[in-house]
Design a binder for this molecule. Sequence first.
Ligand code: ADP
Ligand code: MG
Length: 263
Amino acid sequence: MSAADAARIPQLLTALRLPTIKRLWPDIAEQCDKEGWPAARLLATLVELEVADRSQRRIARHMEQAKLPAGKHLDSFDFSAVPMISRAHLQALASGDRWLVSGQNLLMFGPPGSGKTHLAAALGRELVEQGYRVLFTRTTDLVQRLQAARQELTLPSALEKLDKFDLLILDDLSYVEKDQAETSVLFELISTRYERRSMLVTANQPFGQWDKIFPDPSMTVAAIDRLVHHSVIFEMNVESYRRRGALAKTTSKAKEVIEQTAD
Ligand code: ADP
Ligand code: MG
């Protein structure tokens, strides 16, 4: 190969969008020349490196687009605080299982501090690492965005854009405010995804108090129906994790004081 040929390689690799080969080929080609590799081995090595890097770049991009809250990982989640949820069940969900393919939903109910956001975000993170596409959003933010889209007559395309996500995490559904409920964008979102694309919904309030989230009672019933039809429900009726932590600290502090005074 002439030096002129080699000089064109970087430009050609850029045109083909092969950044990893562009970065690594000079060293690998040199090793190949030195060790007398068959040509097929050189080609396979370079192509495999590009493919591996490309999948990592895709996952990194999806992780950024998922907008997951930072620092909420599955391995920092204390399952003993929510005895009604088994680690094995969660791990099955985190592997993608079949639930995302069939558009099933996951609903998490529990009082503030019970770990809904942490668990939802941790699950989302695992799924992105498995190659799924996830979007985490506070429900009120998404509703606001969809309402704006409706005003601009672009609601259908806004809903279609959300279709690329295998899982939409709607955090704190019960925080949707009265004036937001007056448009039915949330209902349209739920209907659009029904039986096709999965949603993970967290809420402090169980269904009985969802009347204020939708414009009228029949729509509330219809929305709940669609969410629940193919779903897994986690009822996380536990004491706030933070308060438990604080309580444990105070108790041990109190014990310390008692022990010291007893001496
Ligand atoms: P919720 O969304 O139900 O109000 P969060 O997920 O925000 O609750 O939890 C409150 C805080 O407690 C967060 O900092 C979260 O990381 C932590 N937390 C809650 N449950 C657990 C748990 N089981 N293991 C570890 N941390 C937890
Ligand atoms: Mg929360």
